[in-house]
Design a protein around this ligand. Structure first.
Ligand code: ATP
Length: 331
């Protein structure tokens, strides 16, 4: 459904060129939900904007639903919906009219557009809000209306760029629940970006981690976590001396890495940690070391990024004020 080869985007400024995307190869199957993760400025939005034909690539190719984004942008747009950052719907319009108008721009008849708009509003928990002005909707309702806008022309593919940013946890969960239901019902391919790692973890079958415009990892979240980050074990004993002895034992275990000591507490990354807890307790017992506290934390996608790059995903990149001469306004 999505196939990119060496997809590249440079933004040329007066003083310097920003290499926003540096040769991304991406393959997304029909019906797949793929989350693109990366720190601020990694090139996620730029990649999505190239896929949605809003920004022209500097080099490389991208095919979406079988069409080249540069050679056949109209065919691509017909087949995809895009929910960008920020709200897409016009504030003064009534919700249903806004959706119906979107349908008309895609060539639907007035009647079909209204029926489709009503169906989508019901599916996104917006029934009863048809005559409400967009400005009167809550943040969560407005976001769901944006998703409805993206789905009006029944696209095969819905591109979501940070759709849940700014929503509270309840509204985030609610938004994803509706998106997942629509995806499953209509077999929609769902490439998305999010800053919420838990969302990527639960929503996506695959996670693509992007850093400095390049893909540095691409796999199922569980595979990434088990390959690139162990369980985090924290053990406390009665004294620093005893903890140091236990740490020495742990260091000799093949599955253990990054053993760190802080007083009477040690932390260690340990592969398949939950299967090793009883062995650890037995070892401590045999050495006469009483454990006073033991905790095991499952790794997160942030641990994966940290282990791959030495930085946290939350680190921000410096903003630039360069402009893109090929930029078009959103559809
Ligand atoms: N229109 C533009 N003109 C100039 N530079 C740009 C433009 N759009 C993006 N950039 C730069 O390209 C790089 C990648 O930006 P992009 O928005 O794709 O990152 P991102 O991963 O989506 O970040 P965020 O998570 O903050 O949305 C950044 O250095 C950004 O400043």
């Amino acid at each position: 459904m999505i196939e990119t080869r060496g997809l590249t985007k440079d933004f040329a400024g007066r003083k310097e060129t920003v290499h926003a995307v540096r040769g991304i190869d991406l393959h997304v199957e029909r019906g797949e939900t793929v989350a693109v993760l990366g720190p601020n400025g990694a090139g996620k939005t730029t990649t999505m904007r190239m896929l949605t034909t809003l920004t022209a690539p500097t080099a490389g190719t991208a095919r979406v639903a079988g069409y080249d984004v540069v050679r056949a942008p109209a065919q691509v747009r017909q087949r995809l919906g895009y929910v960008g950052q920020g709200n897409g719907a016009g504030h003064g319009q009534r919700a249903l009219d806004e959706l119906a108008m979107q349908g008309l721009t895609f060539g639907m008849s007035r009647r079909t557009a209204r029926v489709r708009a009503q169906e989508l509003m019901a599916g996104l928990d917006l029934a009863g809000k048809e005559r409400a002005k967009v400005s009167e909707l809550s943040g969560g309702q407005r976001r769901r209306l944006d998703v409805a806008m993206g789905l009006m022309h029944a696209p095969e593919l819905l591109v979501l760029d940070e759709p849940s940013t700014g929503l509270d946890p309840h509204n985030r969960a609610n938004l994803w629940e509706h998106i997942a239901a629509l995806r499953d019902e209509h077999d929609i391919t769902l490439p998305l970006t999010t800053h919420y790692l838990d969302e990527a973890d639960t929503m996506a079958k695959r996670v693509v981690i992007v850093d400095h415009g390049r893909v540095i990892a691409d796999d199922a979240p569980e595979v990434l976590k088990s390959r690139h980050a162990g369980d985090r074990l924290t053990v406390t004993t009665a004294s620093a001396e005893q903890t140091a002895r236990l740490a020495a034992r742990l260091e000799s275990w093949e599955a253990t890495s990054e053993v760190r000591l802080a007083g009477a507490t040690l932390t260690a990354d340990i592969a398949a940690g939950s299967t090793r807890v009883s062995e650890l307790v037995r070892t401590a017992d045999a050495d006469g070391i009483p454990i006073t506290d033991l905790q095991m934390r499952r790794p997160t996608l942030d641990d994966v990024f940290l282990n791959l790059t030495g930085r946290s995903l939350r680190e921000a990149a410096a903003p630039t004020d360069l402009t893109d001469p090929t930029e078009e306004s959103a559809a």
